[in-house]
Design a protein around this ligand. Structure first.
Ligand code: MN
Length: 446
């Protein structure tokens, strides 16, 4: 599907698959060439919650992104957070959330002093919450554009573990930012100068947890058709294990509308700084280039991006001053202290048990405590009749863990045993990666 988006012309291909282990596909995506908008969302929580959250994110962002500006994109993501958070009050959707990574063609805002002559420059803007990713494939090399908001990515950025350790880390699926779970969310905005010949990749973690960067780059080098490339990447993810839903959008820049001429050659392949915009307006941080490249070749954010940041700084939609917020928080803190202690005790653990016929992770204590019922944290998609017999007694009683990460490790051990006892497909050449059972370092988990 080729579409003219002003002067930037993109050609998109997509593939999405449930994978080999899950029973439902909770990823959603949108290809909206008329809006210049492309989105991948990876939903989580509850039996239906994940599917609903990712779909609502896509629909809300689509409906809210009508002006092609950075500000409109940031606002659309904030609305999606509000909407999912509201819907999460329903008992069967409680705690649902979703990642989102979107790429949009944006223009500078119209000059308020001058006539809009239709010649406003266009560029691409990536917005990211969670651990879905955007990549740039340029000059034969693949570069990750987004930072994952995940426990392991933060440990890597802090230098506490290596990239290799992260790949096998038991907490690699635990994300630190998510759309819809909290009243506010901070999204990262990454401006990108599109150059003709660039290929951009938007994907859920079901791709890069199963496929190496080299494999991805090889596919993007070999297959010119974006639909074929996306389908091949999904096929490789399934061949690598297919333990999660997989969604891939490939975006080719077929006409950059002269952007290449404006972009400095020094920019090629380099990572750009991002603006972190707290969408509820309580804080704003503009952080530098994570790759350390900073410097004069890293262009300043555009006017519309600066405006989005300024809007967040002055309180944006909420118009609440810091003073009021602090006072309210202090008051609530005192009143809530006693309740919170009991709440903490009742919800500080997790257990793995059955949700009907399906293995699920619950927050709380088996059987509950006082007014606190266990809360469904995540359905795993594993059916009772797939579970090796030796796990059944523990699961029926509820197998307790001190952290969500430990519970997920336990689930991945079950998954590993299921995979180990299933004959591999004839095309599989990759053994499942080792699952570490060492106790994870304590880390902030949502
Ligand atoms: Mn996923």
């Amino acid at each position: 599907m080729t579409e003219t988006t002003g002067r930037l012309v993109l050609n998109a291909g997509v593939a999405s698959d449930t994978g080999r282990l899950r029973t439902t596909n909770q990823d959603s995506y949108a290809i909206l060439p008329d809006l210049g908008l492309y989105i991948v969302a990876d939903g989580m929580g509850g039996a239906q919650g994940g599917e609903v959250a990712s779909r609502v994110a896509i629909e809300t962002i689509r409906d809210a992104f009508q002006e092609r500006t950075a500000e409109a994109l940031a606002e659309a993501v904030a609305r999606a957070n509000d909407r999912i958070h509201e819907m999460g009050d329903a008992p069967d959707l409680r705690g649902m959330g979703t990642t989102t990574v979107a790429m949009a063609v944006v223009t500078e805002d119209p000059d308020p002093d001058g006539a809009d002559d239709g010649e406003r420059p266009e560029h691409l803007l990536v917005v990211n919450v969670g651990d879905s990713r955007a990549y740039l494939f340029r000059d034969g090399g693949l570069t990750q554009l987004t930072d994952d908001h995940s426990v392991v990515a933060e440990l890597v950025r802090d230098g506490r573990i290596t990239e290799e350790e992260a790949e096998a880390h038991p907490q690699r699926n635990v994300i630190t930012r998510v759309l819809g779970v909290y009243p506010q969310v901070t999204a990262d905005l990454w401006p990108v100068d599109a150059v003709r010949g660039d290929r951009y990749l938007l994907c859920s973690d079901g791709l890069f947890n199963e496929v190496t960067n080299d494999q991805m780059a090889a596919v993007l080098r070999r297959l010119g058709d974006p639909n074929e490339a996306a389908a091949e990447l999904v096929r490789l993810a399934n061949e690598g294990g297919g333990r999660d839903n997989i969604t891939v959008i490939v975006l080719d820049v077929v006409d950059d509308g002269g952007v290449a001429g404006r972009a400095s050659a020094a920019l090629a392949g380099e990572r750009r700084g991002s603006s972190s915009v707290d969408l509820a307006g309580f804080s704003t941080a503009v952080d530098g280039d994570h790759a350390g490249g900073g410097g004069p070749e890293s262009p300043a954010p555009s006017r519309s991006e600066r405006r989005a940041v300024r809007k967040a700084e002055r309180g944006g939609r909420s118009r609440v001053t810091w003073r009021v917020v602090l006072f309210t928080l202090l008051l609530l803190g005192v009143l809530g202290g006693a309740v919170a202690t009991i709440q903490w005790y009742g919800t500080s653990t997790y257990f793995v048990g059955f949700d009907g016929d399906e293995v699920a992770i619950y927050k709380g204590r088996p059987g509950g405590l006082l007014w606190i019922d266990p809360e469904l944290e995540d359905d795993t998609g594993i059916k009772r009749d797939e579970v090796p017999a030796r796990y059944l007694r523990a699961l029926d009683a509820g197998h307790e863990h001190s952290s969500l990460a430990d519970a997920r490790t336990y689930v991945s051990n079950i998954e590993r045993d299921i995979i180990a006892s299933t004959p591999p497909p004839t095309t599989t050449t990759t053994a499942p990666p080792p699952v570490t059972t060492a106790p994870p370092a304590p880390a902030p988990v949502n």
